[in-house]
Design a protein around this ligand. Structure first.
Ligand code: PGA
Length: 255
């Protein structure tokens, strides 16, 4: 069944990489993407740490691989030491930005309201916003996963969002960097739930790409990406090795 939603395989390098290894990694991915040409079944995105956005952008120029940020400020400019405005990401050639990653929600106390404001700021700059939502192990064990993820989603996605510039990443907190993944049935149920909520909230919500993230690697990507409402992956650890990351890109289904 054709959905029309082209898969997106997104690399989140987190706080990893110095200039030499970051540019080498980006170069290796760009080379493979160029070689694949029109056979490429997925959009590919690399979100390096902020210090590497410019040099990685230089390496990706002329390749089909998108450049993105890992976070942006809800503000447009001014006295916000250490923060990065969406316009600054755009200025460096970014096409996308991750908002509301669980490491920022937990480590920087970001609320749904702040995530929504950051997402609005990104959309206002013409960036694709990848809004992350997920449940903790305790929430899943308590049988609340669908409810808490649904609430996080509805409060984190701004009303003006459109399918062309909104991506949602479902990332169970307990699956990030742990090697543990939900069952395929659990992923399927959550993505279907997210799809239903988005379709209710936004006029074209059914067309929003919904990524799965949390311990995705080349060896489990095929079965995860084959799930009907999974439109790609947000990849952390496995995105730090070109071969492993490319092994995920390669098994993205044509849709
Ligand atoms: P992981 O991270 O692939 O290392 O589990 C995913 C993420 O945090 O986006």
């Amino acid at each position: 069944m054709k959905s029309g939603r082209r898969p997106l395989i997104a690399a989140n390098w987190k706080m990893n990489g110095l200039k030499a290894d970051g540019t080498a990694l980006a170069g290796a991915v760009a080379e493979r993407a160029k070689a694949a040409g029109t056979a490429l079944a997925a959009d590919i995105l690399i979100c390096p740490p902020a210090t590497l956005i410019a040099p990685v952008g230089d390496v990706l120029a002329g390749s089909p691989v998108w450049l993105g940020g890992q976070d942006c400020s809800p503000e447009t400019s001014g006295a916000f030491t250490g923060d990065i405005a969406a316009a600054m990401l755009r200025d460096l050639g970014c096409r996308a930005v991750i908002t509301g990653h669980s490491e920022r929600r937990a480590g920087h106390r970001e609320t749904n309201g702040q995530v929504r404001a950051k997402t609005s700021a990104a959309l206002a700059q013409g960036l694709v916003a990848i809004v992350c939502v997920g449940e903790t192990a305790a929430e899943r064990d308590a049988g609340q996963a669908l409810d808490v993820v649904g609430a996080r989603l509805l409060h984190s996605v701004p009303d003006e969002a459109k399918a062309a510039s909104l991506v949602v990443a479902y990332e169970p907190v307990w699956a990030i960097g742990t090697g543990r993944v939900p069952t395929l049935a659990e992923i399927e149920a959550m993505h279907r739930h997210i799809r239903t909520l988005l379709a209710d909230k936004l006029s074209d919500g059914a067309d929003v790409r919904i990524l799965y993230g949390g311990s995705v690697k080349a060896s489990n990507a095929r079965e995860i990406l084959a799930i009907a409402d999974v439109d790609g992956a947000l990849v952390g650890g496995a995105s730090l090795k070109a071969d492993e990351f490319w092994g995920i890109v390669e098994v993205a289904p044509t849709r």
